[in-house]
Design a protein around this ligand. Sequence first.
Ligand code: TK8
Length: 334
Amino acid sequence: MFKRRTLALAAAALLVATSSFAQFADRTIKFTNGVNEDHPVGVGVKKMQEVLAAKTGGKMKINAFWGGAAGGDLPATQALRAGTQEMVCTSSSPLVGIVKELGAFDLPFLFANEKEADAVLDGPAGAYFNKKLEEAGLINLAYWENGFRNLTNSKRPVAKAEDFDGVKVRVMQNNIFLDTFKTLGTNAVPMAFGEVFTALETKTIDGQENPFVTIETSKFNEVQKYLSVTRHAYTPFLVLYSKKLWDQLNPQEQAVLREAAMEGQKVQRAANRSLNEKSLTSLKAKGMQVNEVSAAEQKRMFDKVKPVYDKNVPTIGAEPVKLVMDALKKARGG
Ligand code: TK8
């Protein structure tokens, strides 16, 4: 008797639990990215998975693929536009062929620190880019962080503007980066991220540039001797969802995904920032020769690449550049 009642109660509880999640369909969301799982993107995705599990009763799940195993930033983004994949976490830079306005982030030495980046991304400028992305078939759920980029190479420490001369550097598939690194005097080659390790290992290229955390988690230190703290650009990560597939979700499903991505943003940014300095220390310990770039030399580098602004702003568009510059001015208290 007792047993039967317990069973009935359990069944009723189950019914309540299931019905309260009735608005969610069983969905497995494919999520890809180029970095490895020990990158803070892994922390962000884990958080998203927890939020989805709690809020949908385990009905919506993320199946994540790491280290470019399921394709690079650009092919994945195209798959989203075609509606054959749900999600990707990608740097903004390889997407300028799709949304030219994103090139605003690639202007060299634009941001000085993370606070400025947040002010731009979390304000009207960020909303503007989201609108442009949506017009291109991409829903940006949140801005996460790749971070400030630094140069590594196998030739020499790059401490002053002249040291870039003749170094063969891989850049992202992005005209502004290409222009910047050519203007700095390097022999710049655009290449997908997934090919960089091998190209460095076989000495097809001498160097590449990425944030400390990406350098360490992608093990570039194993094939690179010199790390120069150039901080020449800040790259945001976009957490994108296919608009085609998004439009098939109901409002509750959409809301829970947005919430999960924003919860993910908090822990991802925090993890990335606390790991940044630790990664630098650890890269030194693993044998990289690290040099700082003095403020005066950074200024000389900036002066050298100023023509990159004049040349590329017309292509990016005056409006996005103005929005970013206005947000920066405000963040700088001006
Ligand atoms: C990871 C990339 C990478 C990026 C690059 O997929 O291509 O250099 O910085 O970290 O988004």
